[in-house]
Design a protein around this ligand. Structure first.
Ligand code: ATP
Ligand code: MG
Length: 335
C-alpha cells in the first residue's frame, strides 16, 4: 500500500527560493510515491500579524506554485487548511493533550517570541496564544490524514517529534486511535540560507537576503551576483568556515538535481565571479520556466477548482479521523 504523505506551506509571506528548492521542486516526485495531501497552512499564517489582502494573495500564490511546480490535482489533494473545518475541530480536542511545558521548549516559539519582544513597538509586542499552540494544530494537520510521512526541513523536525509524543500519549490513554507519523528529512536543499547572511535561513516571514519566486529574472541574477562569499578563493563545501560558498553550492546542487560533491567537483578551479554567474544562469533558467507556468495558472484561475475539489477529498478522510477521536474521548455522536 502507498504511504500517506503530508506537507504544507504557510502563506506568511512571498515564497522564496528556499521554499522552492526545499520543498516545491521535490513534490512531483513525492506525488508519484505516495497518497498525498499538499495543503496551504492558512490558519498557521494567522499566528503572526498579517494584512488580510496579503494573506489572500499569498494563499493563491502557494496554490498556483504547487501547480506550476508540476503537481497534478488528479494525483494529490491540494487544499486550504481553513476550508477543512476538521483541522480546527480536532485542535479544540487535542490542545488538552499537549502540555504547556513542552510547548514552551519549542525552538520556533522561543525564537519568534524573542524577536517580537526585541523588534516590535510596544503596541505590537504581544505574543498570541496561536504561536505558542502552533504545534498542536500542526499535529492535528498530520494525524487527520493518518499520515505516515511528513517531509520537513530542519526547522520543523522538533514539531513532528512533539506530534509523535502526542500520538503516543493519546493512544496510550484511548487505544490505537491515531496513526504514528514519521518526519522525513530532506537532503539537497534542506536548508537554503540567506544570501546576505548565510548563517540565517532564507525565510519568508523574516526576509533578508531572500530570492523570491516572483522576482524578475534580472533581480534574481543581481542578488546571486552580490551574494556574500567568504575569505579565501577556494570553492569548497564547508558550512562552518565557508557558509556563503556552501550555500551557493547547495543552491546549485538542488537546482540542477546533483549531489553537493558533484557540484563541488564541477566548480573546481573556478573564480568566485564565474562561479556565481553559472549559478545565476542555472537558477534563472529554472525559475523563468516556473514563472511562465505560474502566470498561466493565475490568468486561467485554474487553482480555484483545484482547491475546491481538494477540500472535498481531504474532508472525506479528515471527518473519519475526527469521528474516531470524538468517539474515543467520549463526545456524544448523535448521527
Ligand atoms: P516562515 O518564515 O513563515 O516560517 P518559511 O519560508 O520557513 O516561512 P514555511 O511555510 O515554514 O516557510 O515552510 C514551507 C516549506 O518550505 C517547509 O517544508 C520548509 O521546511 C521549507 N523551507 C522553508 N524555508 C526553507 C529554506 N530556507 N530552505 C529549504 N527549505 C525551506
Ligand atoms: Mg518556516
Amino acid at each position: 500500500m502507498k504511504e500517506t504523505i503530508l506537507t504544507g506551506i504557510k502563506p506568511t509571506g512571498k515564497l522564496t527560493l528556499g521554499n522552492y528548492l526545499g520543498v516545491l521542486k521535490r513534490l512531483p516526485e513525492m506525488m508519484e510515491r505516495g497518497n498525498n495531501y499538499f495543503f496551504i497552512a492558512d490558519l498557521h499564517a494567522l499566528t503572526l500579524p498579517i494584512e488580510p489582502e496579503e494573506l489572500r494573495q499569498n494563499s493563491i500564490d502557494i496554490a498556483a506554485f504547487y501547480l506550476a511546480a508540476g503537481l497534478d490535482p488528479n494525483k494529490c489533494n491540494i487544499f486550504l487548511q481553513s476550508s477543512v473545518s476538521e483541522h480546527a475541530e480536532l485542535n479544540a480536542i487535542m490542545q488538552n493533550y499537549m502540555y504547556m511545558g513542552e510547548l514552551s521548549r519549542m525552538t520556533q516559539f522561543k525564537d519568534i517570541s524573542a524577536k517580537i519582544n526585541i523588534t516590535k513597538d510596544a503596541k505590537d509586542a504581544h505574543i498570541g496564544l496561536g504561536i505558542f499552540a502552533y504545534p498542536v494544530l500542526m499535529a492535528c494537520d498530520i494525524v487527520l490524514y493518518d499520515s505516515d510521512i511528513v517531509p520537513v526541513g530542519d526547522d520543523q523536525t522538533q514539531h513532528v517529534e512533539l506530534c509523535r509524543d502526542l500520538v503516543n500519549r493519546f493512544n496510550h490513554r484511548y487505544g490505537d486511535i491515531l496513526k504514528m507519523p514519521k518526519a522525513e528529512k530532506r537532503k539537497a536543499g534542506a536548508r537554503i540560507m540567506s544570501l546576505s547572511d548565510p548563517t540565517k535561513k532564507m525565510s519568508k516571514s523574516d526576509p533578508k537576503g531572500d530570492i523570491f519566486l516572483k522576482d524578475d529574472p534580472n533581480v534574481i541574477r543581481k542578488k546571486i551576483m552580490s551574494a556574500v562569499t567568504d575569505s579565501g578563493s577556494e570553492i569548497k563545501y564547508d558550512v562552518d568556515n565557508k557558509p556563503g560558498v556552501s550555500n551557493l553550492l547547495s543552491i546549485y546542487a538542488a537546482t540542477k538535481n546533483v549531489s553537493i560533491e558533484d557540484a563541488e567537483n564541477h566548480f573546481q578551479g573556478y573564480r568566485y565571479g564565474d562561479f556565481k554567474k553559472e549559478i545565476a544562469d542555472a537558477v534563472v533558467e529554472d525559475i523563468s520556466a516556473l514563472q511562465a507556468r505560474y502566470r498561466h495558472i493565475i490568468e486561467s484561475k485554474s487553482y480555484e477548482q483545484v482547491l475546491k475539489q481538494g477540500a472535498i477529498e481531504a474532508k472525506k478522510t479528515a471527518s473519519n479521523t475526527l469521528k474516531r477521536v470524538k468517539q474515543a474521548v467520549g463526545l456524544l455522536n448523535l448521527d
